[in-house]
Design a protein around this ligand. Structure first.
Ligand code: HEM
Length: 469
């Protein structure tokens, strides 16, 4: 059955909690990737009915956030975190098939990236040899558990495993946590993360200055702005894109220190590669009324290189509109802090980002950002301030654009990367990027179904397993 063209207005209790309203609150997060064997499909589906009441919805998250604010205001708590956890669930394409959620063509979800699986996605320029063996196996589902501490998460995960008993088998478990002390909220290179997110029309009341407001269907399937034909059970679900991204922190730091122009402030080069300052105006970085309130000068990279990570991944005024390419990012760092030995010798311990993003369309969202922007040396090079057909930006030609996204851009077969980062067309501004500082070691495209779909279509209560959501 195809999606209703005029569904009832969005209700937050129907949407999984990691998607809207800032996502599941967390100090730590476990990603539990699992497989279900053929013989256990039926049992899994009946146990799923027991799990559904434990799933945190976007309505729960709104309540959790009020409780967290009250807890923080109460000085008696002395900075201790409120004990709480969240649970969400998503399935890969292989999972939808294995679990018989998709039975025929009517159930086709129509997203080529999701349907093909990330391991087969050659547009990303991942190097297969870098992928961890676990991510090369079939994964059917992903359980996301968040909490105030790993202890809270472990207890929750045990509860979930007890519900599913032996119907799920662990393929990989990845534990993430915020960085300690003042680094809380910063990714491993040292930059504040999760700052610029789109606000959702009719969902987010407090839109910050400069924050882009997008239609619900940019994130949720079947809502206005999602233009693809979907089965009815896909309504209010969202594609969860997961990437296991290792970061070579000492190597990055050594590079930006050694190449920083002599007369420039510390970390100037790092700021130009990322598109944000690391720490000099921390107040601005954490102030939602100011930290997203800027536009790029479409004709100049004087203040921010065209190839800087944030400009590549959200080019703002470089394009007439970026709405369909916006995603909600919900990642968390993993791995230990850099040790003194690593500062001297280079990376020894695995650390990085458990990247997670939600969107209604991978082809326009994550996949597009990675392949058509970050990996595309010619983007952004068009001057869109004039009437089409757009000419190249000043100093660029059709053959030579600004280069790779220095943070996540990947060349075909791990080839060389460079960026033109000072003045457009100034060859002295070229910078060869010696190694990839971010290494993709695995990932998968998942679908995070709505609560009604989980309840009345995916979970079976014993009688009929095929009732429509
Ligand atoms: C280890 C890998 C990565 C690191 C270290 C990283 C770091 C950052 C930082 C520091 C920011 C600026 C603060 C913020 O707005 O959150 C940012 C923004 C952003 N990143 Fe990443 N990122 C990584 C991976 C990715 C990936 C894989 C994508 C998507 C393909 C992505 C897409 C974005 C987007 C869309 C923004 C917002 C830009 C804006 O609106 O100004 N990032 N990232």
């Amino acid at each position: 059955m195809m999606a209703d063209p005029t569904p009832a207005p969005l209700a937050l209790e129907n949407v999984q909690g990691d998607i809207l309203g800032g996502g599941l609150p967390k100090k730590a997060e476990t990603y539990y990737f699992f497989r279900v064997e053929n013989a256990e499909v039926k049992a899994f589906r009946s146990r799923l009915a027991e799990l559904v009441p434990l799933i945190t919805t976007s309505a729960d998250v709104a309540k959790h956030r009020v409780k967290i604010s009250e807890h923080k205001r109460n000085t008696a708590n002395e900075g201790r975190w409120l004990r709480m956890s969240g649970v969400n669930l998503a399935f890969s394409q292989k999972g939808l098939k294995q679990l018989e959620f998709q039975v025929d063509d009517k159930d086709k979800i129509n997203d080529a990236a999701f349907e093909g699986g990330m391991i087969n996605d050659t547009t990303l320029n991942d190097q297969p040899n870098n992928w961890l063996p676990e991510f090369r196996q079939d994964v059917h589902g992903l359980i996301v558990v968040t909490g105030d501490s790993q202890g809270t998460i472990n207890a929750r995960l045990l509860e979930i495993q007890t519900i599913f008993k032996n119907t799920i088998h662990e393929v990989k478990r990845a534990d993430g946590h915020v960085r300690p002390g003042e680094e809380d909220g910063h990714e491993h290179f040292g930059y504040l993360g999760g700052v610029s997110q789109p606000a959702i029309l009719g969902v987010d009341d407090n839109v910050s200055p400069g924050q882009e407001l997008v239609r619900q269907g940019i994130i949720l399937l079947g809502r206005e702005g999602d233009t693809v034909a979907r089965p009815s059970w896909a309504l209010d679900g969202s594609f969860l894109t997961f990437r296991y991204l290792s970061q070579r922190v000492p190597e990055f730091q050594r590079f930006v220190d050694s190449k920083n122009p002599r007369d420039a402030p510390k970390d100037f080069l790092g700021a130009r590669l990322v598109g944000r300052w690391k720490s000099d105006d921390e107040k601005l970085g954490t102030d939602p009324t100011r930290n997203d309130n800027f536009r790029y000068d479409p004709l100049s990279q004087e203040r921010c290189p065209f190839a800087a990570h944030t400009r590549k991944t959200n080019p703002r005024s470089d394009l007439p509109s970026t709405e369909i390419h916006r995603i909600l990012r919900r990642g968390i760092p993993f791995g230990p802090e850099v040790t003194e030995e690593e500062r001297q010798k280079g990376t020894i311990h695995d650390r990085g980002l458990l990247f997670k993003a939600y969107q209604s369309n991978n082809i326009n969202g994550f996949q597009f950002i990675q392949s058509s922007w970050a990996n595309n040396t010619n983007f952004p090079f068009l001057d869109t301030t004039v009437a089409p057909p757009f000419p190249p930006k000043p100093g660029f030609t059709k053959e030579q654009g600004p280069g790779f996204d220095p943070i996540i851009g990947q060349a075909l077969n791990g080839g060389d990367r460079d960026i033109i980062l000072t003045k457009a067309g100034d060859p002295t501004g070229n910078l060869d990027l010696p190694v990839e500082w971010v290494v993709a070691k695995g990932g998968e495209y998942f679908f995070s179904p709505s609560i009604p779909a989980l309840k009345s279509r995916f979970a079976s209560t014993g009688s009929s397993s095929r009732s429509e959501a």
